[in-house]
Design a protein around this ligand. Structure first.
Ligand code: ACO
Length: 376
C-alpha cells in the first residue's frame, strides 16, 4: 500500500490527453491549446470536439458535429412530460441530476459502453441537458415551454429556450465563453467521480449523474452561487474591504478564492474577469464588478502570499448575473459545460480501463471482544 494523502492531494490517479494544468504558473490548456486562445477564437461545440477527439475539427467535421448535437436538443416525449410534474420548489441541480439519470430509461441500450455507443450517449446528454434546465425553469416560473431551435448553436439555443427570445450576439458569445472555460479541468472532484463510476464498467448515465452530484457541493461548482450571495451581502463597494477582513478574521472562507491545484491566479478567472467587466458595463451592473474587484484587491494584499487567488467561480458569478441568469441556475450552467469534459473523461477511461479501488488506512482498534447486546 502506498502513502496516505488526505483528500488524495498530490496523488496522480489517471492519465489524460484532455487538459493540462500548471498550478504554479496559472496555465490551463485543452489538448495543448491555451484556454485564452480557445476563449478568444473557439466555440463551445468546437471545444467539445477537441476534448473528445484530441484535435481540432476541419470545417466539415465541425458542421457534422454541430448537426449531430442539434438533432439531440429535443427531449423524448416521456421526459418532456415529466418536467411540468416536478415541484416548482425543486432545486435545479437536484432536478438535473435526477433527469440525467432518467435519460437512461429512454435509451434502449443504456449499458452499452462500446466507443460508438458511449459517444452517442454523451451527445444525447450534452444536447438534452440544456433543454431540461431551460424547460424546468420556464415551468417553475409558470411560463410556456419554449421548444429548442435546431437552427441555433448550443449557447444561443439555450438562452432562447430560457428567455423565449433570441439572444443578442454579444450575450451568446459571452455565454459561449463561459461554456468553453468551464468545459474541462483535469481530475477535479466531479470528473474523478465520473471516472470512478465508469471504471466499474457501469454506464455513461450513471457516471454523469454522479458527477452532477459532486459538482453541486459548495467546495466545488456550488461556489459560484456562494460568490453571488456574498456580493449581494456587501451593500456597496466601500464595504467590501471590511466584509473580507471580517471573514478572514473569523477564519471563514471567501467563496471563489483558493484552489487545490492553482497557487497562482486561475487562468479562467483572468478570461472571465475581462468578460465580467465588459458585461457589467453593458448591462448597468458596474457596481457588481467593482465590488468583485475590490474583494480581489483585499484578498491579494491579505492572502495571496498563501497562494490563494480567484478561481473560475469568482468572476463567473458576475458574468452569469449580467447574462440574466437566476442564482440557482449558476451551478447548472457549470454542469451544462462540464458535461463535455465528464463525457470526454468517461470515453478516455473506457479506452484503457482499470477499476479504481484505492485502499483505506485503518485507524480503528483491533482484537476487540464481541460484547453481547444485553451487556453493552
Ligand atoms: N478564503 C480564505 N482562506 C482560504 C480560502 C478562501 N477561499 N481557501 C483556502 N483558504 C485558506 C484556508 O483557510 C487554509 O488556511 P490555513 O492553512 O491558515 O488553515 C489554507 O488556505 C488551505 O486551505 P484548504 O481549504 O485546506 O485548501 P484546499 O486545497 O483543501 O482547498 C478549496 C481548496 C476547497 C477550493 C478552498 O480553497 C475553498 O474552500 N475555497 C472556497 C470555495 C471555492 O471557491 N471553491 C471552488 C473551487 S474551483 C472549482 O471547484 C470549480
Amino acid at each position: 500500500m502506498g502513502e496516505f494523502s488526505k483528500g488524495l492531494e498530490g496523488v496522480i490517479a489517471a492519465e489524460t490527453e484532455m487538459s493540462f494544468i500548471d498550478g504554479q504558473k496559472g496555465v490551463l490548456e485543452y489538448v495543448g491549446i491555451p484556454i485564452g486562445e480557445l476563449a478568444t477564437h473557439s466555440t463551445f461545440e468546437e471545444t467539445v470536439f477537441l476534448l473528445w477527439n484530441r484535435r481540432l475539427p476541419t470545417s466539415s467535421e465541425l458542421e457534422s458535429f454541430k448537426g449531430e448535437l442539434r438533432k439531440r436538443y429535443a427531449l423524448p416525449s416521456g421526459l418532456a412530460r415529466r418536467i411540468p410534474e416536478i415541484p416548482t420548489t425543486a432545486q435545479p441541480m437536484h432536478m438535473l441530476r435526477t433527469l440525467i439519470s432518467e435519460m437512461s430509461l429512454y435509451d434502449t441500450h443504456p449499458n452499452d459502453n462500446d466507443p460508438e455507443q458511449a459517444r452517442r450517449k454523451a451527445m444525447n446528454i450534452l444536447g438534452q441537458a440544456p433543454t431540461i434546465v431551460a424547460q424546468f425553469d420556464r415551468c417553475r416560473r409558470g411560463l410556456p415551454v419554449v421548444e429548442p431551435d435546431p437552427s441555433l448553436g448550443f449557447s444561443a439555443n439555450f438562452l432562447y429556450m430560457l428567455n423565449g427570445e433570441k439572444p443578442t450576439d454579444a450575450m451568446t458569445r459571452a455565454f459561449d465563453i463561459c461554456m468553453i472555460t468551464h468545459a474541462d479541468h483535469g481530475l477535479n472532484n466531479s470528473t474523478f467521480t465520473a471516472r470512478v463510476v465508469i471504471s466499474t464498467l457501469s454506464d455513461v448515465y450513471s457516471a454523469l449523474t454522479a458527477a452532477v452530484g459532486s459538482l453541486r457541493g459548495p467546495l466545488h461548482g456550488g461556489a459560484n452561487e456562494g460568490v453571488m450571495k456574498m456580493l449581494n451581502e456587501i451593500p456597496s463597494v466601500a464595504d467590501a474591504e471590511a466584509y473580507v477582513l471580517g471573514k478572514l478574521e473569523r477564519k471563514e472562507k471567501i467563496m471563489g478564492f483558493g484552489h487545490r491545484v492553482y497557487k497562482a491566479k486561475d487562468p479562467r478567472a483572468k478570461e472571465l474577469m475581462a468578460l465580467a467587466k465588459q458585461l457589467a458595463d453593458d448591462t448597468g451592473n458596474t457596481d457588481l464588478y467593482e465590488k468583485s474587484h475590490a474583494i480581489e484587491r483585499v484578498m491579494e494584499r491579505e492572502v495571496a502570499a498563501k497562494g490563494i487567488y480567484p478561481n473560475v467561480d469568482f468572476y463567473s458569478a458576475t458574468t452569469y448575473h449580467c447574462i440574466g441568469l437566476k442564482l440557482d441556475l449558476f451551478t447548472p450552467m457549470f454542469a451544462l459545460s462540464r458535461i463535455g469534459g465528464w463525457a470526454g473523461h468517461v470515453i478516455e477511461q473506457l479506452s484503457d480501463n482499470r477499476l479504481f479501488r484505492p485502499g483505506a488506512k485503518y485507524v480503528g482498534p483491533h482484537d476487540q471482544p464481541y460484547v453481547p447486546i444485553a451487556q453493552r
